[in-house]
Design a protein around this ligand. Structure first.
Ligand SMILES: *[C@@H]1O[C@H](CO)[C@@H](O)[C@H](O)[C@H]1NC(C)=O
Ligand SMILES: *[C@@H]1O[C@H](CO)[C@@H](O)[C@H](O)[C@H]1NC(C)=O
Length: 744
């Protein structure tokens, strides 16, 4: 990378809100301020906690000057060493990969090259499962996806021997590797190298200095000019008088760019008659819109843990909290990866396997407007943009509460240089006033019983800002053995410019039928286009060990025999053990409901039930696109809500290893249709959480978070309620905080 490109990269990274720095720690608690506005007492009257809060100060002074922004403590990553077979590559190891590869024959030609991903090549599962703390680590290897000239290579680099293996990825599938940050920055700048682009911008009355272009992956449609070329489209916005440039699209202007040569291939310039929406009401930054209506303010709220958190993070990546333990790491593509998730059994005192590995494998976000400037918007955010690469530093006190600890990601730039993404993951205990279990006895039963246990959970969180949209991913661990995977959507809509300022202007045909807008008019000249979000999770369940079966517990109506009962019907369950992959392809239906169990048939409870965990879907959505529509073929992994495949180290990315411009020949659907045996095998369950999003005015100019989730819930895994012996809250345990020196 030449110096100019390097500085451009540095600028981009800083501009995106994160800092290249080697001076922060993997995991650290935000220090709590010692001087504060609130006094808390704990048990007696000794002040033990003190807090300061933005909102409280705001009543007199919207932005507190010298507000002590909490910042996690820092340490130097350059001396990190791996402690666990699954620990991500360290800065030192990543540098070594770069050195080894730089002198490899592949790179000798001097052709331009780029490192698209460099991550740990995880050791074989059996080795990892056998490894115990204190054992030597299995050989450390890196898996690198690089482009040299116009070729993509998958390389395995042995860090101790320096040996490089070139992997022929199984029958080379279509598609290209995940973009680098440099690819994206090149695509935002490329349009300005084109005189026609400049001319059309100026002719639209927009100052070139106000133009922000955004790189849009463009799917695959078999178009001649996009064939055998790594391409991207760029569309632009006016940032005049607003930071929320997404609300000011320069509609109909699409620039096709060759990602390898960084040259403009084609400019499509329609939509000149469509005005650029105004900047009015598009602001969302607190300093400019803080409310002064005191009565509407929420008083400060915070969780205090006077005895500190109940979790520890050992050796940088191993999280232990009450009955749970798991390995947690950042990943440039998946965002965060949970491994070796285990739960303690209060009956046997064993720590039992639940899941070997879980992560977001792919996302699919198709927009529902077939017109020229919109049809291609069918993003696959993990395989195209890198879900982890797009995860920005979390904001203490607001993204995560004060009692959170933070973890940094260590990734590589296109030239192979490692960089640190600070505070990319946070972890904290959460108490929302919910109830873990309870029972009160009625007055007509002569027993004065009031037993309640509060529900405290452990949350692991990241937030990816893939361009305009923000995805919040939470894994929530409950003491009763349940794991909730939660997806929150926020950020800014991708909107379309229109001539319409009011619904009453929309064209109607002679039958009074309104013109198809493909969305909702959100503001003057702004349409929020209808779209879907699908998030596909990879869940390598290992319930009491790797060999598991998938059971569909189907609910059926049973009619009674004449004279058998005053009842005509009742509901029963029918268990179907999936034999092959096709039995594990599940489409959810309210009218043909099932439970979905992953069981270990070799391990039963005292009374003989196989131990298991079930996948519990919640509010979700399924795709309505034609299965032969090119984007749907590429995202065929969303054709079912659940799939079950036999474990295969090469099958982790639901849209294929090379998702970018893929044609759908290496998807989860293709693998699953091989219909391999899955009974009593090491199986992987895939769950897709979906959202239909018809934008509404409340989503303008920035969206309140919408969320949904699914659960992994123990089913006959424990002998009894595993939190039977949990303690209630007692007055003397908890701090009592009250307003002290506050003058409102
Ligand atoms: C287009 O405009 C930009 C910004 O003013 C300028 O830097 C660039 O050189 C122009 N490109 C051409 C081809 O004139
Ligand atoms: C493992 O996955 C790869 C990629 O899909 C495939 O080529 C290979 O046949 C699979 N192996 C087995 C045993 O299914």
């Amino acid at each position: 990378m030449d110096q100019k490109t390097f500085f451009r990269l540095v600028f981009l990274i800083v501009a995106a809100g994160f800092i290249i720095s080697f001076t922060s720690t993997h995991f650290s608690h935000a220090p709590s301020s010692t001087t504060g506005l609130l006094d808390c007492t704990y048990s007696s009257s000794s002040p033990l906690c003190a807090s300061r809060n933005f909102l409280f100060n705001r009543q007199k002074r919207p932005i507190p000057k010298n507000d002590p922004k909490p910042k996690p403590k820092s340490h130097d990553h350059s001396s990190d060493t791996p402690n666990h077979p699954l620990d991500p590559l360290t800065v030192t190891e990543l540098k070594k990969v770069k050195t080894i590869l730089s002198s490899h024959a592949l790179f000798a030609s001097g052709a331009p090259h780029a490192f698209h991903t460099v991550v740990l090549d995880e050791p074989e599962k059996s080795l990892v499962r056998r490894w115990r703390k204190g054992n030597p680590l299995p050989p450390r290897k890196a898996s690198a996806i690089v482009r040299v000239g116009l070729d993509t290579h998958v390389l395995t680099v042995d860090l101790s021997s320096g040996l490089v293996e070139i992997e022929g990825y199984p029958v080379r599938a279509s598609g290209y590797p995940m973009m680098t940050i440099e690819d994206m920055s090149a695509a935002t700048l490329a349009p300005f190298s084109n005189a026609d682009f400049n001319r059309t911008i100026i002719s639209r009355g927009v100052d070139l200095k106000d133009v922000k272009c955004f790189p849009l992956s463009c799917g695959w449609y078999g178009k001649k000019e996009e064939e055998n070329t790594r391409v991207i489209k760029s569309q632009c916005y006016s940032s005049q008088d607003t930071v929320n440039f997404y609300m000011r699209p320069i509609e109909g202007l699409t620039i096709l760019i060759d990602l390898d040569t960084r040259q403009v291939i084609e400019i499509v310039d329609t939509g000149r008659t469509i005005p650029i929406p105004g900047s009015t009401n598009t602001e969302y930054r607190f300093e400019n819109i803080a409310t002064t209506d005191k009565n509407r303010l929420i008083n400060p709220i915070s969780i205090e843990q006077p005895r500190g958190p109940s979790f520890v993070v050992e050796d940088n990546y191993l999280v232990k909290w009450t009955n749970w333990e798991f390995h947690l790491k950042p990943d440039p593509r998946a965002g965060m990866v949970l491994s070796q998730v285990r739960v303690h059994d209060p009956d046997t005192q064993e720590t039992r396997d639940v899941m070997y590995k879980g992560f977001v494998s792919e996302l699919f976000v198709p927009y529902m407007d077939p017109s020229d400037a919109w049809y291609f918007k069918t993003y696959m955010d993990a395989g195209e943009y890198g879900f982890g690469l797009q995860a920005m530093p979390l904001v203490p006190l607001n993204d995560c509460p004060r009692n959170a600890a933070y973890m940094d990601g260590v990734f590589t730039a296109a030239d192979g240089t490692p960089f640190v993404r600070e505070n990319m993951i946070c972890i904290f205990e959460s108490y929302a006033g919910d109830i873990a279990w309870r029972h009160s006895e009625s007055p007509f039963i002569d027993l004065p019983i009031r037993e309640v246990r509060p529900k405290v959970t452990l949350v692991v969180r990241m937030a990816a800002s893939v361009g305009n949209y923000d995805y919040i991913i939470d894994y929530v661990f409950q003491t009763d053995g349940l794991i909730k995977a939660k997806v929150g959507l926020s950020g800014i809509l991708m909107v379309k410019g229109t001539t319409y300022q009011n619904k009453n202007q929309v064209n109607k045909d002679k039958d009074g039928k309104e013109e198809e807008l493909h969305g909702t008019l959100l503001s003057e000249n702004v349409i929020g286009v209808i779209h879907d979000h699908y998030v596909t999770f990879y869940l390598d369940m290992d319930v009491d060990g790797p060999d598991n079966s998938f059971v569909k517990v189907n609910f059926k109506r049973q009619e009674t025999e004449p004279g058998e009962s005053p009842r005509k019907s009742y509901m029963k369950t029918v268990r179907n053990v999936a034999k092959t992959e096709k039995d594990g392809q599940i489409k959810l239906s309210l009218f043909d409901p099932s439970e979905f169990h992953v069981i270990n048939s070799a391990k039963t409870t005292r009374v003989g039930n196989p131990t298991g965990y079930k996948i519990v879907p919640r509010a979700t959505a399924a795709t309505l696109l034609d299965p032969d529509d090119p984007p749907q073929k590429r995202a065929a992994f969303t054709n079912n809500q659940i799939w079950v495949t036999p474990y295969n180290k090469s099958e982790q990315w639901a849209g294929g290893l090379f998702t970018y411009q893929s044609q759908g020949d290496d998807t989860l659907e293709v693998w699953s249709n091989r219909d391999r045996d899955i009974e009593n095998k090491d199986i992987v369950v895939w769950y897709t959480l979906g959202f239909h999003h018809v934008p509404c005015q409340e989503d303008f100019p920035i969206m309140p978070t919408v969320s949904s989730s699914f659960d992994l819930k123990p089913v006959n895994f424990f002998e009894r309620n595993p939190i039977l012996k949990a303690a209630p809250n007692f007055e003397h345990d908890l701090p009592v905080c009250g307003a002290n020196s506050v003058s409102a």
